[in-house]
Design a protein around this ligand. Structure first.
Ligand code: NZQ
Ligand code: ZN
Length: 388
């Protein structure tokens, strides 16, 4: 662990099939008015909406509805949520849904008491909040983003063709999150595997960097093995509680800042994937899956020892009698085999990207330098071409 760091995560988690009961312990800590944030209606179909409204009423809360948070929440929806929060002087933002609802709640939380436009302030100028922040709580229904225990809030601006994430500090992280793996069981299979790949890639983004012997990398390997193992079970039997619970828990630990301690991080798959998302509005995890293999094949020579270790430790590739490069390649082949098995997207064209978009997607890709190679714009275009 060569880096200097601090570690603190303020989010309180309640995990398991009885976790929702703990909402009764959390609600008395906040004022009377709760903005109930949810998406396109899945929580009405599976009954969670009724359960939560009943708990809110039992606790004497006034419920202000904020429905229709779309996957990849937009800046227009964010402005609407801010208006609802201001008009009703809400005391708590309760997000019930996947990463989109949780991210959106955080973006609203830092904007309610801020006079400036949130998009310009937080997503273009990347400033930090100076205003009062409305507390956020989450009831998670989809495992993937880790938004339930981090400060990330990704917002899409279709007009500007930009999808940008701002990672806020401790004060913006959810005060509490309720994680009941059973809630994830009504997810369509495609969403489930998109979430699985999102988890896996969050771990990769933090693993493929650095050269020191670092405990974070060993934790990352264990999380990768767990998510690979459980995903194969869940794809066969989505009702398997044990597998779904492990997927939910790995999602949280994959992106709650733990495994990035003492390291630089890469995040280029996310930067390219998010720009693909800005053009296609495709499901987040699928955009990552579609660009990953060309990207990792491109950077592999620059981080060969780690790619070799990934092959042997995560995929069980036997290194006997092989060059480091052969072993590393076999690791990526094993990863590709798993991706095919669970059924994630392997090309951006199947997500709606066309040749004429590639230059714009590359232009909208934020280039970061924490990984094994800092890409040029031409290399981003090459990755995109190979992802078609
Ligand atoms: O809107 P509803 O009707 O609820 O349907 C949702 C949505 O259509 C559905 N869904 C969720 N739970 C369900 C369910 N359907 C049936 N049963 C359930 N239990 O799934 C669809 C996708 O939901 P969404 O919240 O959009 O998915 P996800 O959790 O993948 O979140 C994606 C957003 O999070 C951002 C992404 O960029 C994207 O905008 N990310 C946030 C991160 C963070 N905070 O750190 C990091 C990630 O890398 C990611 O960028
Ligand atoms: Zn992600």
């Amino acid at each position: 662990m060569l880096g200097n760091f601090s570690y603190h995560n303020p989010t309180k988690l309640y995990f398991g099939d009885e976790a929702l009961n703990y909402l009764n312990e959390e609600l008395p800590k906040y004022g009377k008015t709760v903005q109930l944030i949810y998406g396109g209606g899945s929580i009405k179909k599976n009954g969670l909406y009724d359960e939560i409204v009943a708990i809110l009423k039992d606790n004497g809360k006034t419920v202000v509805e904020d429905a229709g948070v779309m996957p990849n929440p937009t800046v227009e929806k964010l402005r609407e949520g801010v208006r609802i929060a201001r008009e009703n002087k809400v005391d708590l933002l309760l997000a019930v849904g996947g990463g989109s609802c949780c991210d959106y709640a955080k973006a609203v939380s830092v904007s309610v008491h801020c006079d400036e436009d949130p998009w310009d302030k937080y997503y273009i100028r990347f400033e930090e909040p100076e205003c009062e922040i409305v507390p956020v709580g989450c009831v998670l229904t989809m495992a993937g983003t880790g938004s339930e225990m981090n400060g990330g809030a990704v917002i899409t601006n279709h007009e500007q063709k930009l999808k940008i994430g701002h990672v806020f500090g401790d004060e913006v992280m959810p005060k509490f999150s309720i994680l009941n793996p059973k809630y994830t069981m009504s997810l369509p299979k495609r969403q489930m595997v998109a979430g699985v790949y999102d988890i896996f890639n969050h771990i990769c983004e933090q693993y493929f960097s650095g050269g020191d012997d670092n405990t974070s990398d060993y934790i990352a390997e264990a999380l990768m093995k767990s998510v690979i193992h459980s995903s194969l079970i869940a794809v066969e039997n989505p009702e398997d509680y044990e597998a779904r619970s492990n997927i939910m828990w790995t999602a949280t630990w994959a992106l709650n800042t733990l495994i990035s301690r003492g390291k630089t991080t890469d995040w280029m798959v996310h930067m390219i994937g998010q720009s693909v998302g800005a053009y296609t509005d495709a499901t987040h995890g699928m955009t990552l899956a579609a660009v990953s293999l060309p990207y990792y094949r491109m950077i592999m020579p620059y981080g060969l020892p780690k790619f070799k270790r990934f092959a042997t430790e995560v995929w069980g590739v036997c290194a006997d009698g092989k060059t480091d490069e052969q072993v590393a390649k076999e690791g990526l082949e094993a990863m590709e085999g798993w991706m095919k098995q669970i059924g994630v997207a392997l090309s951006i064209s199947e997500l709606g990207a066309t040749e004429d978009m590639l230059d714009g997607i590359a232009e909208g890709t934020i280039i970061l330098d924490g990984g094994y190679k800092t890409l040029t714009k031409d290399e981003v275009i090459q990755v995109l071409k190979e992802s078609m």
